[in-house]
Write a protein that binds this ligand. Structure first.
Ligand code: 5GP
Ligand code: MN
Length: 333
């Protein structure tokens, strides 16, 4: 898998201007892998810009370099400019250009070397070097191996590990799913190098404002629907909910996991009537592929048991459509 690093390395022999891109609604893995790689490349003497389509949740603000991240939604022309003038582009934690919104146009037009490192299903041929493997828990785990296979002494390993640990922890739901002996060994090795994992769990998971629990209570008490015949659990959030609970990016993170706690739920959905779009988050247990469902019906994708998508229909119509198509994916198994 990492053989082509030799070729990527040869493009990085001299100091370069590098652009690292990750997906919209950046999560812990998008940020962790991007910042971790940026710190590594900076330590080799490159100039690195991280460009993201949209803003990240406040509980990631403690991470290094966050103040320097360029966000398309806030500074479109500047973001596009950084993509245009990059001599090498890294695309992390996504595998199709629609995941980076309008930045996709700038990437498409750029003729420089592009390197994709990603762990989602169905990669599109949008990079010259594609490191893609769904057996990895996270792109952060892949970046750890990328750096290891680069074969150089890493000066700022501790700082990089904090970022990569964040991505691994968030993408595995704190080591609940997608774990492997490989990723646990990587984390063990980080710990040997001085990782303070408890501190990071506190910073990311136990730093919510009280409105988070109020919203969670509302979701579970007023917005939860269970359809026992389908072993399906659903939470939907209306525009009014967004207003009443002052829902900001990241505030709905983790809520869907409460549905998965139910014995009688094998598929769960969180459907959010966001200002411009109806956004869907799906999770499943076992063989049911929410990736196929999101890909086929909601212009989305992700992993077999955790995927997302979007809908331009109204909230009610989206829910109706979801309930109509769901049986085809449940009873296919
Ligand atoms: P979440 O439900 O936590 O937002 O996302 C779950 C997984 O699905 C993540 O791996 C994420 O990258 C992916 N995902 C979420 N939304 C979309 C989408 O609109 N399109 C695609 N292709 N993947 C998505
Ligand atoms: Mn990821």
């Amino acid at each position: 898998m990492w053989q082509e690093i030799v070729e990527v390395k040869s493009k990085l022999e001299f100091p370069r201007e590098i652009c690292i891109l990750s997906h919209r609604n950046p999560d812990g893995d998008a940020l962790g892998s991007s910042i971790g790689l940026a710190l590594f490349l900076q330590s080799l003497g490159h100039r690195v810009n991280i460009v993201l389509p949209s803003e990240y949740p406040v509980y990631f603000e403690w991470m290094p370099l966050t103040e320097e991240i360029i966000i398309y939604d806030l500074a479109g022309p500047q973001a596009a400019e950084y993509v245009k003038r990059a001599e090498i582009i890294f695309m992390l934690d996504f595998n199709s250009l629609d995941r980076i919104d309008k930045l996709g146009v700038a990437v498409n037009e750029s003729t420089v070397t592009k390197v994709m490192i990603d762990h989602h299903m169905d990669p599109e041929p949008i990079a010259d070097y594609i490191f893609s493997d769904t057996s990895y828990s996270s792109t952060s785990e892949m970046i750890y191996e990328f750096i290891e296979n680069y074969g150089t002494t890493v000066k700022n390993a501790k700082l990089i590990n904090d970022c990569l640990y964040t991505g691994i922890m968030t993408d595995t739901g704190s080591f609940h799913h997608n774990t492997s002996s490989r990723v646990l060994r990587i984390v063990a090795s980080m710990k040997d190098q001085g990782l303070d994992d408890t501190r990071i769990q506190e910073l990311v998971l136990n730093s919510q404002p009280d409105k988070y629990l109020k919203l969670l209570g509302h979701c579970l008490h007023n917005r939860m629907e269970l359809i026992p015949e389908l072993k399906f659990g659903l939470i939907s959030l209306t525009r009014e909910d967004y207003k009443n609970f002052d829902i900001q990016r990241g505030d709905t993170e983790g809520i869907i996991n409460y549905l998965m706690m139910l014995k009688n739920v094998t598929v769960a959905a969180l459907v959010m009537n966001q200002p411009n779009i109806v956004k869907l988050s799906l999770r499943s247990k076992g063989n049911i592929s929410v990736q196929e469902l999101c890909r086929d019906h909601f212009n989305g994708g992700g992993h077999k048991n955790a995927s997302g998508g979007a809908s331009k229909l109204s909230l009610d119509e989206t829910l109706k459509k979801l309930k109509e198509v769901l049986p085809f994916y449940i009873f296919a198994n």
